[in-house]
Design a protein around this ligand. Sequence first.
Ligand code: 6PG
Length: 247
Amino acid sequence: MTEKSTNQPINQSVLTVPNPAALVTVACELITAAAAVGIAQRGFAAIALSGGSTPLPVYAALAADPDIDWRRWRIFWGDERTVGPDHPESNYGAAKAVLLDHLPKPGPLVMRLAGEAEPDAAALAYEKILHQLVPPRPEDPRRLPAFDLILLGMGGDGHTASLFPHTAALAETERLVTANFVPKLATTRLTFTYPLINAARRVLFLVSGAGKADVLEAVLHGPRRVEEYPSQGVAPGNGTLTWLIEK
Ligand code: 6PG
């Protein structure tokens, strides 16, 4: 595993691993370490899962970890498709199949984004839940819910969560969760916005797939063009940002 800094804030680092198995191992270490800090400091860990395929083997490995006290975890999603939980496109459904269905009971508190509901109402309802279940940093005047860890992926177009290039949600500065119409997908997605993501104590990107190499280089080392590469908008002001990249 190699680590190098990037031309971003000092609290950002890039870890590169040689293969998918190493990505799973290191991701589990980083995720469980972040959870342990939250549990030690606040009695529980607030973790937001990412959608997509990259994290699924990581979720399966976490489910098999006998040392995790799931009763201390509060699990959320950083974005969701506007479909029901049983739909093949559901991020919740994908995580349920490899993680949630394999956990001991009593287990974590799981708060699903209601993709089947009217999108604006679902986003607002989720935002209210976050204010109730994810405490802010004591020093934050905006009282933004501060996740112990927000897991993110990056798409081949540089999107993250459901913050796609040139979409309205990129400009959102007040709402923490919003319904974002994505023209290129001709659908609305529910997504965390930058104010919420950047209030996190830790953000971890998991990136794999050779086809993303050029975009990743542009995101990490190119000029700042958030509209083009929304992943560049992730910069937790008081948190750490780690990119875990599988070559
Ligand atoms: C989603 C995800 C999305 C994902 C990236 C990468 O809802 O699709 O949240 O942001 O993380 O598209 O997806 P892969 O891991 O499948 O490459």
